[in-house]
Design a protein. Structure first.
Length: 406
């Protein structure tokens, strides 16, 4: 900014004694209408206006990553390094970068289509990227070096997940299948077939013994990862009537919660395959579901939907504890460590922090110019990271709540 101002002829010295041109240096004089002359600060004002289009004047972020040239869809925070973040999106690229270190970023070898999902392995050593080109790539998380390319699915990758205690990676595809590989050996292990539409969500159970998947065919399947056998298929009344968008599994691997395009939320007993609870509150598609941490004194779940609601559920009574209104649809939700606080990402570009025991909004962070697509919390819970349609990733500091997050 200072160099530009120094070179700007409109920025004149106030001391009229400093004269660099004499009358003899004037070659020709012309008359100019004063109305045609720009104000001395117009250039700066215009620059500020342009800056406002990119950076909200109420930007609360402490770090902004602008390496992408398209919408961002995928985000993951390292479970090992509290500053290490991976982002991916519509420019077919994924980046590794560090919070607070704007000089360090690693552009990972590009996919041939949008990067739809990113996940760090349980030990933080490896990063998996899944894309709509149907390929999963595995990287060394510390250097960004490509270790291997895992293929097989006949269509785009919807999501990637790691085994909770090993370098086994799982991916759901638009071609109705799910694939599993050993990343250390670069080896295909199993292909799971049972859904008849895109496998939109899924994960290993936290004990690593089973897999749960949800699909656009409105079913949830519980799988044996060793035999590829479907142990339970949950479909039809009283389950969802439209495709599943999201699911989560509780910490003791006994329950799965799912959200659907039809606005319903259901909880399934993974052991029996039975629907044990149907949670009715949302009136539009449910975009995100999360069980509360195992440390919670009251078993709860949080769900967010395009009806502009975050609902915090009392699972003991299958009733809403709180309905938290947003300005636009709630696209993503994450509990902040083992605390009572959770964060939501909203279609209006904001990220909000909520107290699950009181139901109030503790703080709303501004900065994004378009919808937030995903949020993640750093390993030390000091930062909330969000990615957006506006091509940026932003980092928000939670230090003002740290004394409460025990």
């Amino acid at each position: 900014m200072s160099n530009r101002d120094m070179n700007n002829p409109a920025m004149e010295e106030e001391d009229e004694g400093d004269v660099f041109l004499g009358e003899s240096d004037v070659l020709h004089e012309i008359d100019v209408d004063g109305e045609d002359l720009p104000d001395a600060y117009d250039e700066d004002d215009n620059d500020n206006d342009n800056d406002d289009e990119v950076f909200d004047e109420n930007d609360d972020s402490v770090h902004t990553f602008t390496g992408h040239k398209g919408e961002l869809y995928a985000l993951a925070c390292s479970p090992l390094d509290p500053t290490l973040v991976a982002t991916g999106g519509g420019d077919d690229k994924a980046f590794l970068w560090k919070i607070g270190n704007g000089d360090w970023a690693a552009e990972l070898p590009a996919h041939k289509d949008s990067v739809s999902s990113l996940a760090f392995s349980y030990d933080g050593q490896l990063l998996a990227s899944g894309a709509l080109d149907g390929v999963v790539q595995i990287f060394d998380a510390s250097s960004g070096t490509l270790k291997c390319v895992l293929d097989g699915p006949g269509s785009g990758i919807e999501w990637v997940k790691w085994h909770p205690r090993g370098h086994i990676v799982l991916a759901g595809s638009e071609d109705c299948s799910m694939w599993m590989w050993n990343a250390d050996k670069e080896a295909y292990l199993n292909m799971f077939s049972g859904h008849n539409q895109s496998v939109t969500c899924g994960d290993f159970t936290p004990d690593g013994k089973l897999i749960c998947t949800g699909s656009d065919d409105a079913s949830l399947i519980v799988w044996n990862p060793k035999t590829c056998e479907s142990i339970h298929v949950v479909k039809g009344h009283p389950f969802h009537t439209e495709g599943l968008i999201c699911l989560d599994i509780n910490s003791n691997s006994s329950l799965a919660i799912s959200g659907s395009k039809d606005g319903s939320v259901h909880i399934v007993n993974i052991v029996t395959g039975k629907v044990v609870s149907s949670l009715s509150s949302h009136t539009e598609s449910v975009e995100c579901v999360k069980f509360s941490p195992s440390s919670a004194t009251i078993p709860m779940a949080a769900t967010g939907g395009m009806d502009k609601k975050l609902v915090i559920w009392d699972l003991q009574h299958s009733t809403p504890r709180f309905i938290c209104e947003h300005a636009e649809g709630v696209t993503c939700v994450s509990w902040i460590g083992t605390s009572k606080y959770l964060a939501t990402g909203c279609a209006d570009g904001t990220v909000s922090v909520w107290d699950s025991l009181l139901g109030n909004c503790v703080h709303t962070f501004h900065g994004h110019q378009d919808a937030v697509q995903s949020i993640s919390v750093s390993a030390n819970t000091e930062f909330i990271v969000s990615v957006s349609v506006d091509h940026t990733a932003r980092v928000y500091d939670t230090s003002e709540f740290q004394n409460k997050m025990e």
